[in-house]
Design a protein around this ligand. Structure first.
Ligand code: FAD
Length: 346
């Protein structure tokens, strides 16, 4: 469209054939055709875009990698999709500050990898960690199985750089954990999915990589006892980083041919550099690491004791450098029509 030709430092996609993909995310919703899809590359571009949106009266719909499952980034009505994929910036890690800055356009997997390359750990772990954008993970306050121990994305955010309705980028917060002055405005932006402004970058807190990880495989006799197990472990003084429940069908799939589809967590191999070991506890409990046991039959003992409500959790006697995770699959691309979404009106 002509009105977008004046935008500086911006790639513009217009026309149904180029913008069709932007009517979808990983939900089953289909948005309206957007007026255009814009990919800003500078603050000047953002300034001009906000002025244009105000003048022409259209909404701006931020978009990261489009992995959202709630239709948040799909356009409705008279709107323009702001694809942040071309936003510039390099990931910067400060070991001294245990902090990392990244642009919204960075992929979350690259953010985690950049921290890991410095021996540091960025804990937020939505199951889409290898597909979603850093900006999208902040905007949705994403979190995965590790939230039990490490919390959600918001617990790691120190400062947020965001485009506000005045067309300028402002920084909310300071890159330090020792920040006790005033309300935490940056936290308002985390999880707000673009309704207050558009996140262009953020500083997050890091941890030293945990030196070891322990994987416990606990056989359960009664399914109902699962409900009590997390609480029992915590009460007994353990703080697990994640729980995964594998029913017999999932276990059989993981242990069978092709079980190596289960992906190791990106931190796992460099935790200790040691291969996963197996050991036994009082002769009945054995940790089992699926992607290292792809062709072996399961190690089972007829004398295996279940861990039930009356049984205390077993002590941790075996350490593994790996973390078990069930196989991740992308969500089904099939989509049906529906409605959702919002637009951000500067
Ligand atoms: C297989 C799969 C597994 C998933 N597992 C999890 C999970 O375990 N936990 C979880 O929380 N989510 C999960 N999700 C949902 C989704 O991946 C996350 O919410 C992810 O963080 C979204 O990132 P994105 O870059 O794809 O954002 P998008 O889908 O592009 O956008 C999501 C929302 O954020 C807004 N937004 C995007 N970028 C910005 C920005 N720069 N500034 C302001 N607003 C912005 C959009 O407008 C939209 O409302 C999963 C999705 C899939 C497909």
């Amino acid at each position: 469209m002509d009105i977008f030709a004046q935008l500086p430092d911006t790639a513009v996609l217009a026309g149904a054939d180029l913008t069709e993909a932007y009517r979808h995310d990983e939900s089953h919703l289909v948005g309206d055709p957007p007026l255009a899809v814009v990919k800003p590359r500078s603050r000047e571009a953002l300034r001009a875009l906000v002025a244009l949106a105000k003048g022409e009266g259209f909404a701006l719909v931020p978009r990261g990698a489009g992995t959202g499952k709630a239709g948040g980034c799909i356009p409705l009505g008279r709107s323009v999709v702001m694809d942040m994929g071309a936003w510039p910036g390099e990931i910067r890690v400060s070991r001294q500050d245990l902090a990392l800055w990244a642009p919204a356009s960075a992929m979350l997997r690259d953010v985690k990898a950049a921290a890991l390359a410095q021996g540091l750990f960025y804990p937020p772990d939505p199951n889409s960690w290898d597909q979603c954008a850093f900006g999208g993970s902040l905007a949705t306050n994403a979190g995965g199985p590790g939230a039990c121990k490490y919390g959600m994305t918001r617990h790691w955010v120190l400062a947020v750089d965001a485009l506000m309705a005045d067309g300028e980028v402002h920084t909310f917060g300071i890159p330090s954990v020792k920040c006790n002055v005033g309300p935490s405005l940056g936290q308002l932006l985390v999880g707000s999915e673009g309704i207050f402004g558009l996140i262009v970058g953020a500083t997050v807190r890091l941890l030293p990589v945990p030196r070891e990880r322990l994987t416990l495989l606990l056989p359960m006799e009664r399914w109902e006892a699962l409900l009590d197990l997390p609480g029992q472990l915590v009460e007994a003084g353990y703080l697990p980083s994640a729980f995964e429940f594998w029913d017999p069908a999932v276990l059989a799939d993981l242990r069978g041919p092709g079980g190596c589809r289960a992906k190791p967590w990106p931190c796992s191999n460099s935790m200790t550099g040691t291969a996963a070991r197996t050991a036994s506890w009082r002769g009945w409990w054995r940790p089992w690491v699926p992607w290292r046991n792809t062709s072996r039959p399961p190690r089972t003992r007829t004398s295996a004791k279940p861990c039930g409500p009356s049984g205390a959790p077993p002590p941790c006697t075996s350490r593994s450098a790996s973390r078990t995770r069930s196989a991740r699959t992308s969500s089904c691309p099939a989509r049906a029509s529906g409605s959702s979404s919002k637009g951000w009106r500067p």
